[in-house]
Design a protein around this ligand. Structure first.
Ligand code: ZN
Length: 114
């Protein structure tokens, strides 16, 4: 049996950064703002535990399985370390829809490498 799916039935998600990295756009709608403070667990960014990182800009966005990750630049509010963050999990794809994690939900996802 042959099944045809229209544009609304497709599972592709359009991800990109907008406004010089101020936003992550999902399917042409602004979903994640750079101005939030994200909580990262120890060791991944600086020595603070946890580290409260004010993001300055998104550099890139991508998908790892069903997890949407962003490369960003941020600064620790405590120690002032300013660095890039690779593959920060910002949300996931569920049934073709984007579900943002939100800044509070990220800390358990970013763990130091074993
Ligand atoms: Zn710090």
């Amino acid at each position: 049996m042959e099944t045809r799916r229209g544009p609304t039935g497709r599972m592709t998600i359009a991800l990109r950064t907008l406004d010089d990295g101020a936003w992550i756009s999902v399917n042409d709608s602004r979903q994640v703002s750079v101005s939030d403070v994200w909580t990262l667990s120890r060791g991944v960014f600086c020595d603070c535990e946890p580290a409260y990182i004010l993001l300055e800009g998104f550099v890139d966005v991508g998908v790892d399985g069903s997890i949407v990750t962003a490369d960003a630049v941020g600064q620790c509010l405590d120690c002032g370390t300013r660095d890039s963050i690779d593959r920060l999990p910002i949300g996931r794809i569920v049934g073709g829809e984007f579900e943002p994690y939100g800044p509070e939900g990220v800390q358990s996802l970013v763990e130091p490498e074993r």
